[in-house]
Structures are given as structure tokens and as C-alpha cells.
Design a protein. Structure first.
Length: 127
């Protein structure tokens, strides 16, 4: 359950450059346990960068929510709408290995689930 109590804003994400993922350099097999289903592939660098980008979006949303009383309503709503649109488009920016498919592994499903939670939270902040 998310808390809507106002807190101190999180420190904004740094603007330091993110490492580029070498998609094929660090691939490991992932096996569903305990069922003996088909093995899948896990790209840890891609997954890390996706989580990092989601954390940045969540931090932006939280800062907008906390600071909205100090800003003009039109600017605040415009900022929330812009961030919401970025969140809606976020899954389309992911590499194929992190997109929802019939054989998607749990870490991919969890990543998409967190994304949808942030999207819903952002929508709540806009209204």
C-alpha cells in the first residue's frame, strides 16, 4: 500500500552518465525452480539499467508530489502529465529481453509490475 503522506523530497538522481549495456556480454541462463521448464536468458545489465530508469522516474514523481504546493497549478499539472506520458512509453524503450512475452521470466514480470505501480501512483498524483 502506498502512503500519500507528504514527506521530504528525495534527493534528485544524479546526472552522471549511465553505463551502456553490452546486451550479449553478460547473458546467463535462468531456470525456473523447482519446475523443470525451459531455460530462459537473463541480461543483468539490461535489467539493472531498466530498474535505474524506473527509480529515476519514481523519484521525479515523488518530488513533484511533495513540491506541488510551492508551484503554480498549471505548471505542476503539466509536469505530472509529461512524466505520466514518459512512464506510459517506458516499456516501449526496453530491449526485447525485458518485454512481456509468453515465456517471460519472473524478473521481467516483476519489473513490469513495478512500472505499472509507479504509473498508477503517478496518475493518482495528477488528480
Amino acid at each position: 500500500m502506498m502512503s500519500f503522506a507528504k514527506a521530504h523530497p528525495l534527493r534528485p538522481p544524479s546526472d552522471c552518465p549511465k553505463p551502456q549495456a553490452d546486451h550479449d556480454a553478460h547473458v546467463s541462463d535462468w531456470t525456473p525452480y523447482p519446475q523443470g521448464l525451459r531455460k530462459g536468458h537473463f541480461h543483468p545489465e539490461d535489467h539493472f539499467l531498466a530498474i535505474l530508469s524506473l527509480a529515476e522516474k519514481a523519484t521525479q514523481d515523488q518530488r513533484l508530489f511533495v513540491e506541488q504546493d510551492d508551484r503554480d497549478d498549471a505548471n505542476t499539472k503539466e509536469s505530472f502529465v509529461g512524466l505520466y506520458q514518459e512512464l506510459e512509453e517506458w516499456s516501449g524503450t526496453l530491449p526485447e529481453c525485458l518485454k512481456i512475452r509468453e515465456d517471460a521470466s519472473p524478473h521481467v514480470l516483476a519489473l513490469q509490475w513495478v512500472s505499472s505501480g509507479i504509473l498508477r501512483y503517478s496518475l493518482t498524483n495528477m488528480t
